[in-house]
Design a protein around this ligand. Structure first.
Ligand code: FES
Length: 102
């Protein structure tokens, strides 16, 4: 599934990036900006940011279920992603807002 048409990012690309990111020591919270930077891509219109958060969240759960990422790391990551989802749900941010790309 294509998540970002501007940068041709698929859900599988995001899954591979998450595996790399979450298995680093001192792994950062995988926000869309972190994931895209890891893939050496940069969001342009940021219209995919809400879908990217949903895909990151779903992939995180899947990777945890498959034992490919530490469940303790996943808990804090999920909490942070939930806050981002809430923020996106409560206050729709214009597609071009750079805050979505962080
Ligand atoms: S659709 Fe992803 S940056 Fe435009």
């Amino acid at each position: 599934m294509i998540v970002c048409s501007c940068q041709s990012v698929s859900d599988f690309d995001i899954e591979l990036a998450l595996l790399d990111i979450l298995n680093q020591p001192e792994a950062p919270i995988p926000t869309p900006g972190v994931v895209y930077r890891h893939m050496q891509k940069r969001m342009q219109c940021c219209g995919c940011a809400p879908l990217a958060v949903d895909v990151i969240y779903a992939k995180l759960e899947d990777l945890e279920r498959r034992g490919l990422v530490c469940p303790y790391l996943s808990v804090s990551t999920r909490e942070r992603l939930s806050r981002i989802q809430l923020q996106l749900g409560k206050q729709p941010v214009p597609a071009g807002d750079p805050a979505l790309c962080e």
